[in-house]
Design a protein around this ligand. Sequence first.
Ligand code: BES
Ligand code: ZN
Ligand code: ZN
Length: 474
Amino acid sequence: MEVKVAPADLDLSDATLVVGVLEGLQPAPGSEADFAHADPVLMEAAGFEGKAKQTLAVPHPEAKTMLLVGLGSEVDFESVRAAAGNAVRAARTERVVTRLAAIGIDGASRAVTEGSLLGGYEFRTYKTNGPKVKVTFVEVPDADEAELEAAARVSRSVIQARDWVNTPAVDLSPSQLAEQMSAVLGDAGIEVEVWDEDRIAEEKLGALLGVAAGSARPPRLVKATYRPEGAKKHVALVGKGITFDSGGLSIKSANFMEDMKVDMSGAAIVVAAAEAIASLGIPVAVTVVAPLTDNAVGGNATRPGDVLRPVKGPTIEVLNTDAEGRLILADGLGVASMEDPDLMIDVATLTGAMHVALGDRVAGYFASDPEAGELIRTASSRAGEPFWEMPLVHEYRKSLDSNVADIKNVSGGRYGGAITAALFLHEYADGRPWVHMDIAGPAFSKETYGDVVKGGTGVGVRTLVEVARTLAGE
Ligand code: BES
Ligand code: ZN
Ligand code: ZN
């Protein structure tokens, strides 16, 4: 399915009319007249109560059909967005006219647009059966047009990130991904460089080279600079781009390896966010750094006990080659810091420990100082993305002391693995305000719900766009 969202059209004759319903069968504000056509006997027989996730098609005198969508107990940004996503998947007509934007909350048009475009997302590139494209046109009377357009712009970037994450690693080598990223950033008017393996060696990115050593596919580093007029702040976005994480010589077991094409999500998200920020013309300077490589097991692979030299900061004893994300990010942060940003944010599917701590739906973040932490807290809440602040427990830093190098890449202990990973990265933040987002849990979803569809989610793109808006004073 492909979804297009546009403001208004009042002709209902061949359309599905979407009407929100609260638990207890209360019509959502703005839908009272339409809801009056819903037969209580039908709703009861179908077990429809207005609960979140429920949908029911019923007759309507003007529309082809009326689709009731449950909002649960509250009308808020997230319940409306989820209902829009559930509705677009349940609708059976080409045209959908939604009443959800008339619901009378701030951001209703954005919620409807994101829910429809992202909830209707499908990745069909490798499917040979079924329709290649079924377009659903979602029409939104009462839309705030500027808000709808901006939300559609951001949603397209989220979809770009999802497409990259969902593409099998065989078809997305570091060089292929770099090429695609360079095209996307270039189209958004951002200046881009792609460093190949020779340039990466010249620049002395020894940690990235160490991770890449085990793969037949050479590494790349995407570096982009967006410098709009009037920008007062400069943020560097650094994304983990492991195009496949086998674990390296510290190899993963089969069940942990299954979804490891997901491991370039951080890179996909920072590039997609920069695309959205530039396309929206947000006046904030952005540097993007995305180190891209496989973590593979070839004859030249880095061994446990080897020492790597990143471009800046402590030398690293690699004791576990599966803790590779922090290695390439050490170089990524090093390259980013040379651009003198006011704030650095890295995004990574970094640790299974974070997934264990916060589960499938919530990402964690760590901040070097309270101001940076507050920025992410408000941005993620404005974006409606689930981020939870985690503590940088400095007392744990000594568990990373190495006998032969300045630092080792794993603590060796079982506990607090997301925190020790963050403390490792902090060493490469150059003393600048810095945030680390560990999206290992929610980067990939096993379920479809609301605006989230099975597979890569693109979580973080919308929060980074809100960070840019906040830094620009919007
Ligand atoms: N890419 C993984 C983390 C991951 C786990 C991402 C689950 C998405 C879902 C990362 O490179 C990794 O393997 N981390 C190790 C670190 C350990 C060796 C200290 C882990 O979490 O097990
Ligand atoms: Zn790993
Ligand atoms: Zn990894």
